[in-house]
Design a binder for this molecule. Sequence first.
Ligand SMILES: Cc1cc2nc3c(=O)[nH]c(=O)nc-3n(C[C@H](O)[C@H](O)[C@H](O)COP(=O)(O)OP(=O)(O)OC[C@H]3O[C@@H](n4cnc5c(N)ncnc54)[C@H](O)[C@@H]3O)c2cc1C
Ligand code: SF4
Length: 343
Amino acid sequence: MLLSMKETILVVGGGIAGMETAVQLKALGLTPVIVEKNSSLGGHVAQWNRLFPDMTPASKVLEPYDEALKEVDIYTDTEIASINSLQKEYAAVLSNGKTLRCKAVVFATGFKLFEAEKKEEYGYGIYDRVITNRDLERWFDTRSDERVPAKPAAIGFVHCVGSRDVKAGNSQCSKVCCITAIKQAIEMKELFPDTEIYCFYMDLRLFGKKYEDFYINAQRDYGIHFIRGRVSEVAETIDGRVQVKAEDTLSGKPVKVKLDLLVLMSGIVCDRANNELARSVSLPLDEDGFFRSLDNIAGVTRTDRKGLFLAGTCSGPKTVPETLAEARSAALQVYQYLKAKKK
Ligand SMILES: Cc1cc2nc3c(=O)[nH]c(=O)nc-3n(C[C@H](O)[C@H](O)[C@H](O)COP(=O)(O)OP(=O)(O)OC[C@H]3O[C@@H](n4cnc5c(N)ncnc54)[C@H](O)[C@@H]3O)c2cc1C
Ligand code: SF4
């Protein structure tokens, strides 16, 4: 039984989670409306160049949504001013002045990249040759960033920047940055075969399909050096390079290398700008600020509030395939919720 097309469902956030949720809701006969605060859809994926594990261009992953969302109402440059719970539905007041009555709300508000300048000791925003994973993705796209030298002799990648770091306010692992570091290291090695590349890591967390292959290839085929140990000091040298000190905890020896580029693997943190929105509908947050799921096994896309659902990284770090799977699950949960209400 298809539900009435009049069943409007608000999808907050137009990243890949929100877009996929909307596509699936439409296929289930519902009427999704996407509200996105930025001027375009795509969220973080639109900022990446090629995606692990298949090195698929991010643009190719996003492209099909142009067609698939053709008949979906989308409000860009729009935020949610408030969401009020009525007897059988919700009324969302949008920043464009419109009020949207909807039967359910799917939050797909995503994450924020940790602000690397907060880890002053790594020198982001201070030293010219220190950039982030996001900056490097942009450079892969545009090949224009004066901080990236034309012929680097040595490049370093620092893992766990703003993740697994209580002092930085985020004790959790971001899940995607070990594999991103290795992906980016290989991409740089392909562009600059003579460059020495170092990855400074605490642990390597490579849990996904094909991820281990990246690591093996990085060592065997590309000669990338993996140094287990926290970076203790980054300083600018007189000739404008960066000197990195770390302790190799496997050999027990201190390491000191001079680099032409240092790339910080900024992690996934919650977007605190959405805390107020969550509070306004009494949605609980986890200790790390992400939206709290009903439970973390069978109820990841559900919440303890009737008619409110979650999709993607608003509830914690996830890869694109995990985000897509959740978006599909969230759409199905909405459908089942509405069907049960009709009985
Ligand atoms: C450096 C890095 C590289 C990565 N590379 C890969 C990769 O190669 N392969 C892979 O599988 N995964 C990768 N990931 C993970 C991938 O980015 C995420 O899985 C994906 O972006 C999650 O999508 P999302 O829609 O949940 O969140 P987001 O991409 O963050 O999208 C959320 C959207 O919601 C909007 N929004 C937020 N709040 C509001 C609001 N209140 N009102 C309206 N709109 C709002 C935002 O503007 C944004 O458009 C990477 C992650 C990082 C950090
Ligand atoms: S995925 Fe790797 S780099 Fe990212 S937080 Fe976890 S251990 Fe650190």
